[in-house]
Write a protein that binds this ligand. Structure first.
Ligand code: ARG
Length: 292
């Protein structure tokens, strides 16, 4: 087992000095959950028979939106479309880097119309759009860490799309296989904490049990000082968080992760998205990075 305590807590129990964390300016895309509900089941979190409260989803989403504004982030909004209850999870709308937007091609028919809707938004906003040929769910499974793109597969995004992404963005793409249906998107199992390198390195946090052995070996080798989040925090989608390099917006109930972040010099900010959790999404799912 990789030890998380060795570099975060010394024998006397005092935290070791951590590098200075710096907030960076972020530009993101969000979608108001005007039409949010759970009317179909495409992940284990969803239960179409359980009631949902759209007004509550909206109120919780509004807090996330205002949190980003208060942090100084530039938040863009895409119009929600009726009949697309999952459109609030904008992270799945594409993967945007270098002013180029790789469109999403959703696994399940219920979400497929979201792909073109997001691509239209990207075009109108001045991004060059790369239309996908292969199945992928955008930043749900594609996470930028420095110059490398971590790419999830196993439940949604195909390995062929990983090759497509490598070609389109001319970056190294590292494939990671997810094995637990509760953590069906990479952004439910990994949090990228540093948009910019800190002392030449990037910190990530992840849930070990979400990955197969080969992927774990890759993660351990590339990120030896990663934060290992426990099952309890991961099972409320605590990892599904959004960091600007200093401020990390997380699920308020993920108190263990919150403590781990503080030890590493980050500033965790808890929000409650319990209603959106009924659709199987959290903070990061509602947030798409727009990188010019
Ligand atoms: N109900 C949505 C789905 O199953 C939730 C998407 C969550 N998004 C994410 N980036 N993990 O597709």
């Amino acid at each position: 087992l990789v030890s998380i305590t060795s570099d975060s807590v010394d024998t006397a129990g005092d935290p070791q000095p951590q590098p200075t964390r710096r907030a960076s300016d972020r530009t993101v895309l969000m979608c108001r959950p005007d039409h949010f509900t759970v009317s179909y089941k495409i992940n284990p979190w969803m239960d179409p028979k359980a009631p949902t409260d759209t007004a509550k989803a909206l109120a919780q989403w509004q807090v996330l939106y205002e949190t980003y504004l208060s942090l100084g982030h530039d938040v863009h909004l895409i119009d929600p479309l009726e009949g697309l209850p999952d459109m609030v999870y904008s992270a799945n709308g594409g993967f945007v880097l270098d002013g180029k937007a790789y469109g999403a091609l959703f696994t399940y028919p219920e979400r497929q119309p979201e792909g073109p809707a997001y691509m239209d938004w990207f075009r109108d906003a001045g991004f060059e759009v790369a239309e996908p040929v292969e199945v992928n769910e955008g930043e749900g499974d594609l996470l930028l860490v420095g110059d490398v793109i971590l790419a999830g597969t196993g439940f949604r995004t195909s390995t062929r799309s990983h090759e497509e992404v490598a070609r389109i963005f001319d970056r190294e793409v590292v494939g990671l296989t997810l094995v637990d249906p509760a953590f069906y998107h990479l952004d439910t199992a990994i949090a990228v904490l540093d948009p910019e390198p800190v002392d030449g390195r990037h910190t990530i946090a992840y849930l070990e049990s979400a990955f197969d052995e080969a992927s774990l070996a890759v993660l351990r080798e590339r990120f030896p000082d990663a934060i290992l989040v426990d099952e309890r925090d991961a099972s409320i989608l605590g990892l599904n968080s959004y960091s600007d390099g200093y401020n990390v917006v997380i699920a308020a109930a993920a108190t263990g992760f919150e403590r781990q972040l503080r030890e590493r010099g980050y500033n965790p900010i808890g929000v409650d998205l319990s209603e959106l959790l009924l659709g199987g999404g959290g903070v990061k799912c509602c947030t798409l990075d727009l990188r010019r």
